[in-house]
Design a protein around this ligand. Structure first.
Ligand SMILES: [Zn+2]
Length: 148
């Protein structure tokens, strides 16, 4: 696509495919703003009508830091998994292992649509920190690396 090409627009605060615009509204309407191919978004614009993902734009992903990764993780039932985060296309689990030979935090991840019961779907790294205080710098670094 050329930088001035577009398949989607913003109209009245919503994203639409050009073909999904409401009856009587077209791209000549001054309130219809094209989403150009060279525009930068921090997420993929999704059509509010048909759900099409317009990933032809440039999606800028912010690198996570210790401060910004922490709120992504939601506390889950206190089994061996301490907290989980859904950061598409992955699902991250922060766990605590109390095996006497291998005590500590670990971070595991799998693709969101992979079977959670299949251990082969998981990859993981150990995370430093004492119980109750995982090293969030390491978590952020691992997540950034996985997301690429
Ligand atoms: Zn659409």
């Amino acid at each position: 696509m050329y930088s001035y090409d577009y398949d989607a627009v913003v109209y009245d605060g919503e994203v639409y495919c050009v073909e999904c615009l409401p009856e009587g509204v077209d791209t000549d309407n001054p309130e219809v703003m094209p989403i150009f191919a060279d525009s930068e978004w921090d997420y993929v614009p999704v059509c509010s009508i048909c759900g099409a993902e317009h990933d032809y734009v440039t999606v800028i992903r912010e690198e996570y830091t210790a401060t910004t990764i922490q709120p992504q993780f939601k506390q889950v039932h206190p089994t061996d998994v301490v907290a989980e985060a859904s950061i598409e296309p992955y699902r991250f689990s922060l766990g605590w292992d109390d095996d006497p030979y291998n005590t500590g935090y670990y971070l595991e991840w799998r693709y969101s649509d992979d079977d959670p019961d299949n251990a082969n779907n998981y990859d993981g790294v150990p995370i430093g920190g004492v119980h109750g205080m995982p090293n969030w710098d390491q978590v952020a670094e691992a997540v950034n690396r996985v997301l690429g």
